[in-house]
Design a protein around this ligand. Sequence first.
Ligand code: NAP
Length: 284
Amino acid sequence: MEYVTLNNGVQMPILGYGVYQISDQAECEQCVLDAISVGYRSIDTAQAYRNEEAVGRAIVKSGVPREELFITTKVWISNAGYDKAKASIAESLRKLQLDYLDLVLIHQPFGDYYGTYRALEELYKAGTLKAIGISNFYPDRYIDLVQFSEVVPAVNQVETHVFNQQVQAHEYMKKYNTQIESWGPFAEGKNNLFTNETLLEVGKKYLKSTAQVALRYLIQRGVVVIPKTVNKHRMEENLDVFDFELTVDEMAELAALDTGESAFFSHSDPQVVETLTGYGKQGL
Ligand code: NAP
């Protein structure tokens, strides 16, 4: 496994395992156990995924020493604000059966996220959180938070894949020393990513799949990736990306796939903002 060093010196695996949309508890527990058994050490969950308890059970059952694991969760919008965020992190720790978290992110840039960030900063200073960060903060909100916070976010997790490469956002994160982390490294298969001609062609040379080339490309650009699969063979496939290196020309070919647009939705779209803030207000 390769690691990145976050802005506070914490080491984070450059490749981890994401558990979004694995809502069945038994399935999630088995998936995380499988992932750890094939070599994953970083697990990305969230309060909103409603599977923190399953992740916690798998961590205990795995028998892997706590210090070898890197566990991330995220504070949901309905828990925004200093008091609620703090209480929600205590609840996440309870569900995950942990006494510290390696990384906690603010899931969405909505609600009283400044209050949430103050809670994260406090728990970070107390040592309960080894690193803190944000997710889905586009450059405008990211820069604003950086300018008015004491602790620079260690990580910003944003939609990042070959079709939406976040070139400008990544530049700003480098400027202020925040690690970019990709969610949706396969764009969840949108735009026919798994049969994309360019990814197929590049992969042929190395006997690698489109999925492996898509991950390798992001890793070579210094992006942390957390691919999700419920299939153990694919877990192994997605982890097997450290024995080849794309050339400068291949990197340029893949850079050309960027559309500069989300394959899902924009967090600046008023309708999306209404939906997400609506979830937060209803406690969903
Ligand atoms: P993703 O990893 O881009 O794609 C997952 C999809 O790809 C699944 O349908 C999976 O199917 C398939 N797949 C995985 N490996 C494959 C392979 N080798 N060959 C063919 N198909 C493969 O999507 P994601 O789950 O949305 O993103 C990854 C993680 O990012 C999430 O699990 C979550 O932890 C995080 N995330 C965060 C946010 C946020 O707002 N912060 C949003 C979305 C996601 P099978 O499972 O059937 O194999």
